[in-house]
Design a protein around this ligand. Structure first.
Ligand SMILES: Nc1ncnc2c1ncn2[C@@H]1O[C@H](COP(=O)(O)OP(=O)(O)O)[C@@H](O)[C@H]1O
Ligand SMILES: [Mg+2]
Length: 1080
């Protein structure tokens, strides 16, 4: 079982249950109410009774959420609320099959009707759902607006004051679903129909009809919208703030429809309402009669007529009924006239009756609609919304009746409460101790006793023949009730020799359980009689209107009943009796409403007013009764659950039965044994003090526990936070480390790469060096080995090879090559001609030098051979040729042609020719040259043939024919020979000046063999040992000494000419021109 530790003791403002009030006094009671009211706590408990303060403002405590909150909760679990009571009542009705009644009391405007509606709406909200159920709920709820329209009015105390007592039985099936209901109404304040106190209104329906009905409806009802046209409507508060009559009218019509009123029924009802208004407008005037008495007559018959039309009454019948009264006695009928006052009395009585009967009919009609259909046994929840105790300055019959009713309710409360208490004690096996309280049965008896009760006295007076007045009634009371301890009157006081001036003569005072009330007897008899003249009821019965007829059954002449109708007091007593019997069978739930102020204003708490209500509601009495035995009781489980922290052995878990736990707890706390008792399922605590002691201890303990919880929570929170931080930190650190390591790694990697590259480089180089070294070593080894091998081999094979075999081979090879070369050369040698330029091609480069050298040598050899073949003469010839070449080659154009001519020298064969014998003998020496030349005449240039002889010492010129020597020139006298560069044979022999030969001057000669001649001349000159070199001048202009004259010989190029070459011509004495033909 789930045990809830929540309690109304939690967060209490003041005390939530007056039973726990300590100390209990009226002041503390009211102070507690005020405190709670100031904090908007309008509900307070007295045990299971709910005190409700009217907040006069809308509260947020009636929401559907609140309904849910209070649903199925223990009564004391949550803060006091009307819903808690409604829930408790509904649940025990549904679950424990106990009929319930909810008794709502309180003065006018205290909130009873609101409370009853709250209860009904709560029950409607929590009970079953479904189409049929909802319809029933709707009808039950909608009966309220209809009843309020007809039974409520604005009073000074309450703008929506119920002017009747209402008891409504709501019927449920076994599941707790509503089936229907029955409404009983008590004592409608019908006097209001004809007269309203200042500042108050008639019943709402009149105003609602006039404001809300359509023009058409009003016309049909012959009404006017203007309130002021109707006598029965007080005008000073026709319009009430916050009440919208027109809207309300529509609501009421709608509600009537929902509840089940037929359209014609509604119409009839409205016609009756209209008729009442019309009735009020009927006025009377006195008409003197012959017998001297005044007879009343209807003043203006228009209203009467309209009313009669409305109700279908014959006008004359009604008119007569307002003027005459028929008194029937036995078989006799006596008709008396009515005076004006009586007529008004009759009119008002009719209006009151009409309206109150209409109201009762409406209640009956509603009951017809809402009554449960099924005949099955059902559970009932009664809601009683009845006027509370009333103590006014001027209290009359109504107050007396009302207070009687309240007295009865108090009686039943005491009875039921005590009975309940006693039953619980028995149930719980607690010893019953006598409870002291005030029992108001004695007061009830004073009022209702059949023989000598006040009501019985009043009836007696009313029925008594003879003159009956209020005074006679008081006298009767004085005689019968004087001895009663709760009855006071002037007379009874006087009899006790006490004078009380607050007690006038025409009054009596009853000391009710809720206080003393002074009643003025005036009107008691009349009100009790509640007479309606028979003529009027008969007139009504005659109406052609079904509803009216139905309302006045006593008007039926066929059922003339001479017996007086029961008095109001009697009726009321009877219905209260029924009600009480009804209530007694039910489980009561009390709601006691208190009005905090007279101003209908929120937040105002008028202490005197509240105090007054607390008194007459008997609330203190209530608390006392409740506290008479044990002030507080609680089932073991919640009790243990609530206080288990106060004892170490029950905290935190008690394993055994709850009762033992509680016993353990109480023992541990050392609560005095007389302060509590153990029931079967509950612990009973006698004194609130004990409870508060427990509560206080619990509060302290809770603080410690709260600290503990707080500590643990904080620890947990901090730890969670720390763990989160730690986790986050790890994540952050991990990420950071990763990042850092990554960076570091990259750095190391880079460095490593660098180092590695260096190392590798170094290693590679080292390796390279090594490899190179190895290679060199290998090479060296190879070389050494080769050498060594070579040496070895050579050493080994030395015996097989001559030491210089290589050289020999080489030499051999070379030799072979050379041999081959030379042999080749021999076979390919060029001709022996020195001028042959041919020479074989060199076979080898290395023979280059040799080849060239050999060529030179060969050439030289060839030349030598060539030369060796020469004779001395020939040799001389060639020497001459050579000399000629030296002299003339490339200098004289004639030279090339001379090369091929052999130098004969002696062309004339002088020695052999006898012709020149003589001449030959003339010259001593050997003739080196003998030739024919032309001697140029110095004068004309003509040539003359001469023989030229040349010896080693002379040049001799002789005549060709004769052979006579013409001139002989010693060679030393010759200085030079001049020739031209051209292809001519001219030459000049220049003589040394002063010499013997020079007398005739130089010789200019021309020879066929010029080159030979000059060369021999030159040769002789150079061969002479002492002789000077003969100069050979080669030029195209030269001077020749002719005797004394120097003549210039000039050679010019002439045209080509056949035959003998050049021609010489003396131009002048100075110039001798030689023209040389150009060689072809
Ligand atoms: N619980 C409540 N919350 C708000 N206003 C309330 C409450 N009870 C009563 N009232 C106000 O007080 C007025 C009178 O209440 P009502 O129930 O008609 O009094 P009673 O029936 O006791 O004469 C209501 O019209 C309403 O304005
Ligand atoms: Mg009311």
């Amino acid at each position: 079982m789930e045990v809830k530790t929540k309690s109304l003791l939690d967060n209490m403002i003041g005390v939530g249950d007056m039973v726990l009030l300590e100390p209990l006094s009226e002041d503390s009671f009211i102070e507690n109410l005020r405190k709670r009211f100031d904090h908007n706590e309008i509900y307070t408990y007295i045990g299971s009774v709910v005190i409700s303060m009217n907040p006069y403002k809308s509260m947020l405590i009636y929401s559907p959420e609140k309904v849910e909150e209070y649903r199925n909760r223990n009564f004391y679990e949550l803060s006091p609320h009307i819903y808690a009571l409604a829930d408790e009542a509904y649940r025990s009705l549904r679950d424990q099959d106990k009929d319930q009644c909810i008794l709502i009391t309180g003065e006018s405007g205290a909130g009873k009707t609101e409370a009853s509606k709250l209860v009904m709406s709560y029950v409607a909200a929590v009970c079953g759902k479904g189409q049929e159920v909802n319809k029933v709920k709707e009808q039950l709820l909608q009966s309220n607006p209809v009843l309020e329209a007809f039974g409520n009015a604005k009073t000074v105390r309450n703008d929506n004051s119920s002017r009747f007592g209402k008891y409504m039985d709501i019927e449920f099936d076994f599941k707790g679903d509503p089936l229907g209901g029955v409404i009983s109404n008590y004592l409608l304040e019908k006097s209001r129909v004809v007269k309203q106190p200042r500042g108050e209104r008639n019943f709402h329906i009149f105003y609602q009809l006039l404001s809300g009905a359509s023009d058409d409806t009003l016309k049909k009802l012959k009404l006017d919208r203007d309130f002021s046209k109707y006598n029965y409507l007080s005008l000073d508060s026709a319009v009430v703030n916050g009440l919208d009559d027109a809207t309300s009218f529509r609501t009421v019509r709608n509600a009537m429809q929902i509840v089940g009123f037929m359209e014609d029924e509604v119409q009839s009802v409205l016609e009756l309402v209209a008729a009442v208004l019309k009735l009020g407008n009927i006025e009377f005037k006195p008409e003197s009669r012959c017998n001297g008495t005044d007879e009343s007559r209807v003043k203006d018959k228009n209203d009467l007529k309209e009313m009669c039309e409305l109700l279908g009454i014959e006008q004359s019948v009604l008119e007569r009924a307002f003027s005459y009264r028929t008194v029937e006695a036995k078989l006799e009928k006596v008709s008396t006239t009515l005076n004006v006052a009586q007529a008004y009395y009759a009119r008002d009585a009719l209006a009151k009756n009409l309206y109150s009967r209409l109201f009762s009919w409406i209640v009956t009609r509603i009951n017809e609609s809402i009554k449960a259909q099924a005949k099955t046994r059902h559970k009932v929840m009664g809601v009683l919304d009845i006027y509370g105790f009333e103590i006014f300055d001027d209290n009359s019959f109504e107050q007396f009746i009302i207070n009687y009713c309240n007295e009865k309710l108090q009686q039943i409360f005491i009875e039921l409460t005590l009975r309940e208490e006693q039953e619980e004690y028995i149930r719980e096996d607690i010893e019953w101790t006598n409870i002291e309280y005030f029992n108001n049965a004695i007061i009830c008896d004073l009022i209702e006793n059949h023989q000598n009760g006040i009501l019985a006295m009043l009836d007696e007076e009313c029925l008594r023949p003879g003159t009956v007045t209020d005074e006679t009634f008081l006298d009767k009371l004085n005689t019968v009730c004087a001895q009663h301890q709760h009855f006071e009157s002037r007379l009874s006081k006087n009899s006790k020799f006490l004078t009380d001036h607050s007690l006038p003569h025409s009054c009596f005072r009853i000391q009710h359980y809720a206080g003393k009330v002074l009643y003025r007897v005036e009107g008691f008899v009349d009100k009790n009689n509640d007479l309606l003249y028979r003529d009027l009821s008969q007139a009504m019965y005659k109406a052609n209107h079904s509803l009216i007829k139905h309302l006045f059954p006593e008007g039926n002449p066929a059922k003339v009943n001479l017996k007086r109708p029961p008095t109001a007091g009697f009726q009321f007593k009877a219905s209260v009796g029924t009600l009480m019997r009804n209530l007694q069978t039910k489980n009561p739930n009390y709601i006691r409403c208190i009005k905090p102020n007279d101003k209908k204003a929120p937040h105002i708490f008028t202490e005197s007013l509240v105090c007054h209500q607390v008194r007459y509601l008997g609330l203190m009495e209530n608390v006392r009764v409740r506290r008479a035995g044990y002030a507080f009781r609680q089932a073991y489980e919640p009790c243990l659950e609530r206080y288990k922290m106060l004892c170490k052995r029950t905290w935190p878990h008690w394993r055994g039965p709850a009762r033992e736990g509680v016993e353990m707890l109480m023992a541990d706390l050392q609560v005095p044994a007389e302060e509590f008792s153990y029931g079967r399922s509950k612990i009973f605590i006698r004194n609130p003090r004990t409870l508060f002691f427990l509560e206080e201890r619990r509060r302290q303990c809770l603080q410690d526990l709260a600290t503990l919880i707080q500590k643990i929570y904080r620890g947990w929170k901090c730890r969670t936070h720390f763990l989160l931080l730690k986790k986050s930190q790890i994540v952050v650190a991990a990420w950071y480390r990763r990042y850092a390591q990554e960076k570091k790694y990259q750095k190391i990697k880079r460095a490593t790469t660098v180092v590695q590259s260096y190392t590798r480089g170094w290693q590679a180089r080292k390796l390279l060096r090594e490899l190179k070294h190895q290679k060199r070593c290998k090479e060296a080894v190879t070389t050494i080995a080769a050498y060594w091998h070579g040496t070895q081999v050579r050493r080994e094979y030395r015996k097989f090879f001559r030491a210089n075999a290589g050289k020999k081979i080489y030499n051999f090879t070379i030799q072979r090559i050379m041999q081959k070369y030379f042999l080749g050369l021999k076979s390919t040698l060029p001709s022996m001609s020195p001028i042959d330029k041919n020479w074989p091609v060199r076979p080898y480069i290395f023979l280059d030098g040799v080849h060239t050298e050999l060529r030179r040598i060969f050439h030289l050899w060839r030349c030598k051979k060539y030369r060796s073949r020469f004779t001395e003469d020939k040799k001389a010839v060639y020497e001459e040729k050579l000399e000629a070449s030296e002299l003339f080659k490339d200098k004289k154009a004639l030279y090339p042609s001379s090369v091929s001519q052999p130098f004969k020298g002696d062309y004339l064969e002088i020695s052999k020719n006898p012709k020149y014998q003589k001449l030959n003998s003339s010259v001593d020496e050997k003739v080196l040259l003998a030739d024919v030349v032309n001697k140029i005449n110095r004068a004309n240039g003509k040539g003359a043939t001469r023989i030229l002889l040349l010896t080693k010492k002379n040049v001799v010129l002789a005549d060709q024919k004769t052979g006579q020597v013409k001139a002989s020139v010693a060679l030393p006298d010759l200085t030079s020979v001049s020739v031209s560069t051209q292809n001519d044979g001219f030459f000049a022999l220049r003589l040394k000046e002063g010499s013997a030969s020079a007398v005739k001057g130089d010789f200019l000669l021309s020879s066929e063999h010029l080159i030979e001649t000059i060369t021999k001349l030159h040769h002789i000159g150079s061969a002479a040992s002492d002789g000077e070199q003969l100069n050979v001048d080669i030029a195209d202009e030269f001077l020749v000494q002719f005797k004394q004259d120097k003549v210039c010989v000039k050679f010019i190029q002439g045209a080509p000419k056949n035959g003998n070459g050049a021609s010489c011509k003396r131009k002048n004495n100075r110039l001798l021109e030689v023209s040389v033909p150009a060689s072809a």
